[in-house]
Design a protein around this ligand. Sequence first.
Ligand code: DCT
Ligand code: MG
Length: 508
Amino acid sequence: MDLVRGSGLIPVKKRPKILHGSSSFCHYEVKFKGIVLFLVERKMGTSRRNFLMELAKKRGFQIERELRDCVTHIVAENNSGAEVVEWLQSRKLNNAVKCQIVDISWFTECMGAGCPIKIESRHQLTVQEDCPASFNMPVSSSCVRVSPYACQRRTPLQDINRIFTDAFDILAENYEFLENKGPRVAYQRASAVLKSLPFPILTMKDLEGLPHLGEEMKYIIEEILEDGKSSRVDQVIYSERYKSFKIFTSIFGVGLKTAEKWYRMGYRTLEDITSNKGLTFTSMQKHGLLYYEDITSSVTKTEADAVEHLIRTVICGFVSDAIVTVTGGFRRGKDVGHDVDILITCPQKRDENQILHKTINALKKRDLLLFCYLVESTFDDTKRPSRYIDSLDHFQKCFLILQLQKEESKNAYSHKPKGCDAKRSWKAIRVDLVVTPYEQYAFALLGWTGSQQFERDLRRYASHEKKMMLDNHAMYDKSKNIFLKAETEEDIFTHLGLEYLEPWERNA
Ligand code: DCT
Ligand code: MG
């Protein structure tokens, strides 16, 4: 297969269906998914802009009147690249600098061709200044500078290369099921790079200069560009082992070891597991099976907010100055998650030691606790932060299944019967509560916000580039032999010499 097609464009009939998460509501048919245009009014004028916008819509291009997050291409007329960037910055639209900035000539040629055409250098409105070397601020794919570390890239939730990243995530997961760490990490890194790109991959040429994309990954991207899917990914998703591991590991309390054991014993489906009288389960697994349907259906943001409110109300009932924060995916702006991760701290050591036990008792009293597994702290303050990128932290924590009253049935029941009745008025929700000492809060918050890949790269960056050790508890400077304090996440980024990234820019 040729790596770079002559025109550099995907033939329209073979154009993959790119599933993008634009929240924009279009009243016209969008033919070219993954490309969202915005026209700069400066020097173009209102009426010409309106005319061109209508034209683009008729040709099947998504075009936005406002500079929304989903915009991928900013088109300007009679402006230099520097002028456009200045215009964006004067409107505090700094994020938009990451879009492709192109001249009107590209737009008119696209309209003439009736489809997006390849961006040549003559179309690019390049910015001569040096964008911060470490950040992904491409003017186009050809001058993109993408750091090999996710902590030096902005990765918003919207992923315009999802057709490729979904494929890589499946392959990474399959390697995880095979306990083959090398290729798992390689695919996770490659996926994270593509998630950070502010432009869609349309040709193999768009991959030039990107880190962590080996030949295997390029082959898969090419397959998808040509056929809309990858045969290797298909092979995985239809394989018996992958399908069974997916089911087994979705049970709360079942890890790779148990999944492997069951698979070797010949079990393949959930029914094989639940109908087998000879199998023994841990208490966590029993509860995981009991509330399987609820736990495997996503937790919504509304449900996460309700859990946060409940936990905060309970805790503030006995520690009024406690800080209760939802972390994990919801803090990164996700609408759904598999659980609710909550970080708790308070200024007084005495309160901190009691907070989790009291919370559990209070939830029990209110009959809201379906399951609880408490782990006491194993933190040792004489030790330096862990050298291992994937090491777990030592905080006191508990893994819960909470009974959350469904919104529509609130006030309908005061006391709810337990059991797995579909008509019941509550839903079982997985919640992790983590208690951190006050002085470790910033490290814990950064660590529990994720994403997992972002955290890994942050620690890798600290150790490889800065000779520092970072984990969820502390930060240690090996050159100076000192611990570095931090009150906020910003302090930690500053210690590392990194530009601060907001939680919603950490979706690597
Ligand atoms: N975490 C980590 N390393 C892991 C697992 C988790 O650093 N091996 C961190 C990052 C995210 C946070 O803990 C919470 O973990 P999850 O709930 O598993 O992740 P999430 O991003 O919240 O995902 P989801 O939205 O599915 O809950
Ligand atoms: Mg989570």
